[in-house]
Ligand binder design. Structure first.
Ligand SMILES: [Zn+2]
Ligand SMILES: [Zn+2]
Length: 181
């Protein structure tokens, strides 16, 4: 995605609109997580507009695609749809800013540019931030029985799923203690 660049000079009153495909290999580079598999290219659609009589550039981005992964509760494979909308503005960088202007960002809403806007870098970092920490196949997913490992979405579990009675647990701990003393 590094190659999605915009030259603000070329953005006139009418703005610029474009759509690019990002190949799975490039997305693997961004996610750096072998549990996330991308099979089809992602679509990145963006609209660039110049604010009237200004050097500020506004960009709207839509990213769409699918990630194959597995549910953190039931461990079944699942498809996670990516449908991300981003809005950001770019202002001319001041001379004392570093070469890596993405690092100069203080919020996702405002970035900086010199000759070109490195839109791909911004999209890549926002994409990573937008991913959930844990992928869940369904909010209602019941997960696996912690006792016998049965998938509780599909079957009644073999052990009855009853957690050990805390009072019995205490009693057995006590017995254990007595035996040791
Ligand atoms: Zn699940
Ligand atoms: Zn069970």
């Amino acid at each position: 995605m590094e190659d999605i660049h915009i030259s603000p000079e070329t953005v006139g009153e009418a703005g610029v609109e474009n759509e690019v495909l990002v190949v799975p290999e490039a997305l693997d580079e961004i996610f750096r997580n072998k549990d996330l598999v991308v099979k089809e290219p992602f679509t990145v659609h963006y609209v660039v507009e110049r604010e009237k009589d200004s050097e500020d550039i506004h960009v709207g981005v839509d990213v769409q695609g699918e990630i194959e992964t597995f549910c953190a509760r039931c461990l079944e494979t699942m498809t996670y749809p990516v449908d991300l909308h981003l809005e950001t503005s770019y202002m001319p960088a001041s001379p004392e800013m570093s070469k890596n202007l993405e690092e100069e960002r203080t919020s996702s809403a405002t970035g900086y540019y010199r000759k070109t806007i490195r839109l791909g870098d911004y999209i890549a970092s926002e994409l990573v931030l937008a991913l959930p920490l844990r992928f869940i196949c369904d909010e209602q997913c019941k997960g696996l029985c912690p006792e016998c490992g049965a998938n509780l979405n599909r079957e009644e579990c073999r052990c009855g799923g009853k957690p050990v009675d805390p009072r019995l647990q205490k009693l057995s701990e006590l017995k254990e203690k007595i035996r040791k003393e």
